[in-house]
Design a protein around this ligand. Structure first.
Ligand code: NAD
Length: 446
């Protein structure tokens, strides 16, 4: 597989490159901490601030995960700062963001985490309370842009009566190295809750997943990551990708299914394969996607239709069939690949951006019906990810695309895969209808 390597990042992190970079004031993208099985949740102790109802439970969660929770004024280099901001209800209350949060953030170590927990601004009819809650949105997105050395900041908006079981998988994800390239995001968590997994290192144990477009790139990483986390994986891709698909399926100790997702019987074939091999289907990852870039004024009908057929129509058709036939039932998790192009738009990609924005519409609209059966549907929107697709970009365009995010680098396929792995967990039942960008807080689609 040819993916481009970020030689600049390696250079500015070398002893010579680092001193040259400093003198010239060049951007210095950090080596991001990524998850490996058995690695600790955080790389250092945590500070928990705020007097809301969530703070004690976050402290318990951290201690249970083996993280030392220290005082706000301890001199330690921190792995995370968590602020329970659920009680903030006035402009004066926002002062806590400057102090004590500001000084604590100064002590965040490399790949540290700033995580703010809040209530939704649109669930109160008191303007001052809504203002204080919404202020956190701008605050977190700005703080994310200020953090350095691979540290991230994210906001989790927790429903009023949510028990810890509703938000634990989400808080763990954002604190952990699994969220290395997820930055400046706002995610809502509802009240639905299920039991925690027996082992947080293998949260997909016993689950059956189908990943489309699994033969290469992001899809191959998804297959491998879901398998690492305990799932049995059906790797689906076009017959023309048969050889590569077999390699990926073997590596994930799963099975290969050669199927064109635009075929009328694709849903039946996916369901039949998962049923025959594994007795059902719990997780469906709609990852397959294509680009056929052209300016709108030059867009041939075939290129327009192909992109919409693969990226959007097939997902709509497959979901509808699998829901109708009750192949997707209680506990099902569907995760769809959107794109930051579908949020911000991109020159030459009217067809692609329309298809990816369509995914977002589909996910938001379908979420209540999924919730009714105890299932969820969410989207991930990758930004610049180091794959064959982005390796084909012209050098200068690629270099700019890499640097225009807060983390100053492209993401890895595994970063998208880890985010999908979190959404696919049984314990993530309260995360539904969300669109999570995996883009290092790219300026595109911010
Ligand atoms: P890729 O081109 O490397 O892989 C896509 C896979 O989908 C291929 O293996 C291909 O054979 C398969 N596929 C295409 N049409 C199919 C069909 N009709 N039936 C079954 N399989 C089919 O792409 P990637 O870079 O790994 O991207 C994966 C997903 O992430 C896509 O949906 C893409 O739009 C999205 N995405 C990627 C990036 C990025 O930077 N790479 C950014 C944003 C979004």
């Amino acid at each position: 597989m040819t993916t481009s390597t970020d030689r600049y990042r390696s250079f500015v992190n070398s002893p010579l490159g680092s001193s040259i970079g400093k003198r010239l004031g060049l951007p210095r993208p950090a080596e991001l901490r990524r998850h490996s099985p058995g690695s600790p949740l955080l790389d250092g102790p945590a500070v928990v601030l705020g007097s809301g109802a969530l703070a004690p439970d976050v402290t318990l969660l951290l201690k249970a995960a083996g993280v030392a929770v220290v005082d706000a004024d301890s001199p330690d280099r921190l792995g995370a700062v968590v602020l329970d901001a659920t009680t903030l209800s006035s402009v004066a209350d926002l002062g806590v963001l400057r102090d004590p949060l500001g000084p604590a953030v100064r002590r965040l170590g490399p790949s540290g985490r700033l995580l703010v927990l809040a209530r939704a601004a649109d669930t109160t009819d008191e303007p001052a309370v809504a203002a204080a809650r919404q202020a956190l949105d701008g605050f977190v997105r700005s703080a994310a842009k200020e953090l350095r050395r691979g540290a991230t900041a994210n906001l989790v908006v927790v429903a009023e009566d949510a028990e810890p079981a509703a938000w634990e998988s989400t808080v763990r994800f954002f604190l952990s190295a699994r969220s290395a390239f997820v930055d400046g995001q706002v995610v809502r968590v509802g009240v639905a809750a299920t039991n925690a997994p027996d082992d947080w290192d293998r949260p997909l144990e016993g689950r059956v997943a189908v990943v489309t477009g699994a033969a290469q790139g992001i899809g191959a990483a998804i297959a491998q990551t879901l398998a690492r986390d305990g799932a049995r994986v059906v790797c689906a891709d076009l017959p023309a990708q048969g050889e590569r698909l077999a390699v990926v399926a073997n590596r994930a100790r799963g099975t290969a299914l050669q199927v064109d997702i635009t075929a009328a019987d694709a849903a039946e074939r996916i369901a039949a394969h998962a049923d025959e091999r594994y007795g059902g289907l719990d997780i469906l990852v709609h990852n397959a996607g294509i680009t056929r870039d052209k300016l709108l004024v030059n867009m041939p009908e075939a290129q327009w239709s192909a992109v919409l057929a693969v990226n959007l129509e097939s997902q709509l058709r497959i979901n509808e069939h699998l829901l109708e036939q009750k192949v997707l039932g209680s506990g099902a998790r569907v995760v769809c690949a959107a794109s930051t192009s579908g949020i911000a738009g991109n020159r030459g990609q009217t067809n692609y951006a329309a298809s990816k924005a369509g995914i977002i519409g589909m996910v938001r609209s379908a979420a209540p019906a999924f919730a009714d059966i105890g299932a969820t549907i969410n989207a991930v929107a990758p930004g610049f990810i180091e794959t064959e697709m982005t390796a084909r970009m012209p050098f200068a365009t690629r270099e700019v695309a890499r640097r225009i995010c807060s983390l100053q680098q492209g993401g890895q396929p595994v970063d998208v895969a880890e985010t999908i792995g979190w959404l696919a967990q049984t314990a993530s039942v309260a995360v539904n209808g969300q669109v999570v960008r995996v883009c290092g807080q790219s300026l595109v689609g911010a």
